[in-house]
Design a protein around this ligand. Sequence first.
Ligand code: OXD
Ligand code: MN
Length: 614
Amino acid sequence: MVDVDSVLDKAGLSNPKVREYVKYWAGVTGAARVEVVSAADDDRLIQEALEAGELLPAGEGRYYSRSYHKDTARSEERTVVATNDPKDKGVYNNWKPASEMKPLLTERMRGASEGKTMYVVPYLMAPQGNALAPWATGVELTDARTVVLHMIRMARVGVEHLNDLQDPDSFVRAVHVTGDLENLGQGTDEDQRWFVTVADERTILHYGSSYGGNALLGKIAHGLRQGAYDGWASRKFLAEQYMLIGIHDKETGKDYHICGGFPSASGKTNLAMMLAPDALGDRYHVSFYGDDIAWLWVDEASGKLYGMNPEYGVFGVAKDTNEATNPTALSSVGEGTKVIFTNVAYNPKTQEVWWEGRTPEPPADLDGWLDWKGAAIADRTPEQANEPWAHPNSRFTTTLGNVPNIAKDYDEPAGVPIDAIIFGGRTRDREPLIRAINDLAEGVYDGLTLGAEATFAAEGKEGVLRYDPMSNRPFMAYGEGDYAQHYLNIVGAAKEQPIFAHVNWFQRDPEDGHFLWPGYRDNLRPLLWLLQLKNGEVKGRQTPVGILPTKEELNLEGVEISEGDLEKILTIDKARWQQEMGYRAEHLEQFPNMPEAIWEAHRRVSADLDAYEG
Ligand code: OXD
Ligand code: MN
């Protein structure tokens, strides 16, 4: 049995409740050693991981890791929100009783870390001193060193975040046990994995994976699911899967902040890391706060809606990241950044990495190249020739400070005032470039009916979205009706209302399929229009589904777009919208206590569409 007390004493971990918790789980998991970690341990842990072969060098100050081949993504079916109150059951949260899940997970974890080190990772999912820090504190226990290295990049890590809590018991207990990955029956009827957030006990128990989304418990399990539950239980805040950016107007000296939700594969990270297009760069500077999570609250002093990114790093999808789509991401994974790549293709001879979309063609000289599973590309059979080199969900993990256009105040406790909340899914028709919504209930309604096209034809019907309310479908922690009401309450309490908008960069020509809008850096243009609309500098054109820019209002300096394409992305397809309203009604009917304000918004949009002449 490890002498946990002496380890904790040596690490200066004095919080008595944390000590009790660590001792309990050291006993359950049977770990051979306990080690308390802080960010200052990074270099030593990197060195140990290199020596153990868990990391491989990928050039100067860059590292590479491979995960078990059946452990490469979040598993939504095995993810559960458990509480002691069945009223917390929602449509998406996969609710189960805490009394069933806690003993089950404890048994899975019993003795499962034998022979391993249990790392104690005290963390904070907020800038230090932030108003929401009391809900952002946690301690992850993990038996995987690579998970620790990822946590150091994705969260603020150190005992100082836990020792002086006002209430020493107020921290999230987050236990991660990897399990025997080769014998867990991933994806079969005998699947042994469980990823459980016991939300009303602020306890996270994840067993059976070392992949980031399942194992970095500060990020999704705490930053989104637990955060959402706490925000509702305290009536104080929202935890959303939103990016957060700043826009500085050098001419007026004004700063604006926009956050927003996008279902996966809808360009959220690229948008979050966007630079101003060349033609507008003299006037506007875009800064990066976060690409994945924002917590929103009303600031007591100013009465304004505020937001902050609880994370400390970026856990980005590598696929299709290149100089054109996301140059800032590439700079943030350069030499000396201490980035960790996972499951991309790797060349141990040259220490290079590559992923699909990094360059138009893979490296021509195959010498040394291994695919994400470690198999030599040069040895592929003709049948294997088309298999991807990198896993489609391969990732880079880098700290926010490495992103070249990181906002100067990203680490300040205050957070930033939110001017606009935007939603956008990948949709090939119907959704215009941007439509602005001034009414709170209609904005929330729009977020609740957010969706994206199913990625494969087999997954859905043509023109029918996979709804992903607020891009939170996999992270919903309680009932969707309660969620909608809480959202209305939090944002509704702000003295100055943010403007809402729905954006779509992905409309295509029905004949030849080309994208009608150039996208990427040019996406700043509709966002600037939105801010001008909020400021009363432009009027736009009212339609039943929101206010659209006129052609003249949109700053198109330096953009190549045909008149026909522009016309198309700035108009409403009435028939398709009327069809969509039917699908939306079906979608909303699933949620038992959806607030009347949301239904009223739905009926208003529907009636306005029926009366619309175009
Ligand atoms: C996700 C992520 O799975 O951000 O959404 O990694
Ligand atoms: Mn995400």
